[in-house]
Design a protein around this ligand. Structure first.
Ligand code: I3S
Length: 128
């Protein structure tokens, strides 16, 4: 029989392509710059690497250095209100460090899975 190893099963180890923009950095508003990012949830860290697909290899490991890493501990996740973006399916992620990100996918099952995984991660790791 054949086993299928699905790395997306565990909420702490998930990856995929998402549209991402920062909206606040260290408490200060920054200009939106939506980019397609290879996104990896690893433990309590969320890593973004620029460039769709690009250097993705077997088992979703990525050759390129993460462009940006977010510590999810003590952060919060909610569905973004309409004034935050005109796009559909947008998650607003706030970190304890005062960074706010918008995360979006056109595919609602994809963004729903990320919403669940990020929420679970924050709930699991926030007392660390
Ligand atoms: O919240 P905003 O300012 O309406 O965000 C839009 C702008 O950032 C726009 O870029 P410029 O105004 O720099 O040209 C982006 O192209 C849009 O995607 C932004 O809005 P959405 O609603 O897509 O998040």
């Amino acid at each position: 029989s054949t086993y299928v190893l699905d790395l997306n099963d565990k909420p702490s180890e998930k990856c995929g392509v998402l549209n991402v923009t920062k909206i606040t950095e260290n408490g200060k508003k920054v200009r939106k710059n939506w980019t397609s990012s290879w996104t990896v949830l690893q433990g309590s860290s969320l890593l973004f690497a620029k460039g769709q697909g690009g250097s993705t290899t077997w088992f979703g490991s990525n050759q390129s250095k993460p462009e940006f890493t977010v510590d999810l501990r003590g952060g919060s996740v909610e569905w973004a209100s309409k004034d935050k973006s005109s796009k559909k399916h947008v998650i607003e992620l706030k970190t304890r460090q005062g960074t706010e990100l918008l995360i979006q996918s056109e595919i609602d099952s994809v963004i729903n899975d990320w919403y669940r995984a990020l929420t679970e991660t924050i709930n699991t790791h926030s007392d660390e």
